[in-house]
Design a protein around this ligand. Structure first.
Ligand code: SIN
Ligand code: FE2
Length: 216
């Protein structure tokens, strides 16, 4: 039974190139799962998930919070990194050791051994939530890659090019996968179409995404 199944379903490659400078590492976060989920609980107890508003006045379907020295926020005045959580008026929770260790391990494996994140944007997708095609460009130094960790329900990752109209490649992101983009693809457009409904055995009815950045 097992042998037959293995023969029919070829194993997914452990690493996949998405573009020049961009890699997808399968399952790298699995070894950190328990610690990541515990740390996430501590972070969201202090700075809860919230639906932020874009400068254009739209409420985002993805709920967000942050940890680290700075956090990404959006409101009617624009996008920025803020050292304080505007909702609590206090600094964002610190970056947990396991977050740092995972992001450095993944960045190193993708060819960015000097990466040390100072900010982690935490995205929560419930079924139906989506993130339209965008560039990550509020960070100070684009020499740092973006390291993006997927937990919970599977999603499709759209990875395009420098222009919004460039063709988009699609990658399946599953629990434990880590995507890294930097160098020539640091400013490539990317997005996540509507999350399909489902139930993940440890994370629940949602997808959590951690994106590590060198923001300050
Ligand atoms: C992001 O672009 O900030 C998030 C990407 C993702 O959820 O995979
Ligand atoms: Fe992004």
């Amino acid at each position: 039974m097992h042998d037959l199944f293995d023969a029919l379903v070829p194993p997914m490659p452990a690493a996949e190139a998405m573009a020049e400078g961009a890699m997808l590492l399968r399952g790298t976060a699995l070894a950190y799962e328990t610690d990541l989920l515990a740390a996430l609980g501590d972070i969201t107890a202090r700075s809860p998930f919230r639906h932020m508003v874009t400068p254009g006045g739209f409420t985002m379907s993805v709920a967000m919070t942050n940890c680290g020295a700075a956090g990404w926020v959006t409101d009617r005045t624009g996008y920025r990194y803020d050292r304080n959580d505007p909702q609590t008026g206090r600094p964002w929770p610190g970056m947990p050791e396991c977050f740092l260790a995972l992001s450095v391990e993944a960045a190193t494996a993708a060819g960015y051994p000097a990466f040390r994140p100072d900010a982690c944007l935490i995205n929560r997708y419930e079924p139906g939530a989506r993130l339209s095609l965008h560039q990550d460009r509020n960070e100070r130094d684009f020499a740092n890659p973006i390291v993006s960790v997927s937990l919970g329900l599977p999603a499709t990752f759209q990875f395009g090019g420098l222009k919004r109209t460039d063709p988009v490649k699609k990658f399946a992101l599953r629990h434990g996968d880590v995507a890294i983009w930097g160098g020539p693809s640091r400013l490539f457009h990317h997005g996540v179409p509507e999350l399909k409904d489902g139930m993940h055995e440890t994370v629940g009815r949602m997808r959590i995404n951690l994106t590590f950045r060198g923001a300050l």
